[in-house]
Every structure is written in C-alpha cells, then in structure tokens.
Design a protein around this ligand. Sequence first.
Ligand code: ZN
Length: 216
Amino acid sequence: MNTPFIRNHHYNLIKKQVGQLQHACNNGADPKVVEAVEFNALSHILDSFPETTDSQKHILEQFVGLRKTEEFQQYLFSLEPYLEEFSQVTGKQITKLFPKNKKLKTPDLNVMDRRKISYLGWVDIATQKLFLVYHLNGQTVGVQGRYTPANKGVCFLCNGIGDVALFSAITKSKPANASPDYYKAIGNYMCVDSHTCNQKITDVRVLEKFLQEVLY
Ligand SMILES: [Zn+2]
C-alpha cells in the first residue's frame, strides 16, 4: 500500500527541478555542472517536505544519478501512486461557503483529476466574481472577491507569467476601533485560468497567507 504524501504543488516543484536537471544533461553540460544542478534540485525538493519519513525521502531521491530523458520520465511516473488528492468538496459544501450567492455555479470535482489540484478557482462572469476554495489546516475554506481582467502579468500564486486578473477580496477582520463602514480589500493578480495555475504552483505558502489574512 502506497500512502500518498506528494501534493500537487510538490509534484509541480519536482517536475520543475528534475526538468532543469534533464535540461542540463540534454545540453551536454559539464558533469560538475550537472552534479551541482542535481544537488540543487535535491535540496529544493527535500526542503519542500519538512516532515518526510526515511522511506518517503528514499522515494523522492530516486532521480539522483539519472541522466537520460526516459529515465527522468520513468521517475516522474513512479511518483504517481504517491500523489495526494485534493479532498472531495461537494456542490452543497461550496454553496454553504458562499451563502450570499444565490445562483452560484460550482465546479464539478468528479470530472477533475483531483491529484492535480492545489486549490479550486472559478469565475462567475455575470457577477464578475472569482471564487477560491482550499483546504486550510484541515478545514475547507472559501474566499470570494471582485474579478477584474488585466493584461499579462505575474500570478501571485504560481509566479507564472500569463493572462491575469486582479482578484480583490475584502477581509473579514476589523480593527477594534474601526467605524461600521470600515473595510480593507486585499488585491492580487492571479491567473485567469486556474487549471493552468494549478499546473504551475510550486508553493502554497503565499496562498495560505492570503487566505489567513482575508478570513481571520
Ligand atoms: Zn497562477
């Protein structure tokens, strides 16, 4: 029985790091350079798993010594049984997270590969709203905000450059002495297409910090 422990963003990070090593190998880089890239990749990957067991570490380290494209592909393939799924969220649960939205369209998780999802994100064009659902510290949370399409830019979640929109969410917390009409909005540019974003995100700390700021 393989216990899944590799989340989507981990897998993206591994693919990226191993891809860089593969690139160095394919371009006939000096063996010393290849070794340096390999060392760098290994430390980046292991750093993103602060709580691994020895056997998990062993699984992750299997790319060390590989030099051929098909070997790297085989390595990535060997990780698939360890990919951890994004926990199931039903349409009902999503509706509860956003009670003020009467005709909320919810994404269907059954048609998605939940191993390849870090967060759920979708846009309601009619109301110009963006919805985001994530499992934060064991709790399913949702944030909604205004969605304003922008030009090309850097996404705050995946750091990728592409079509972005300004996602502006209003925080729930208020300072103790705030006036009744006080509000604070947090705006960030993020990928228009959450599917693309989920394929690129390698770190969820920025997302988690953002959710903390908006929700608590
Ligand atoms: Zn993104």
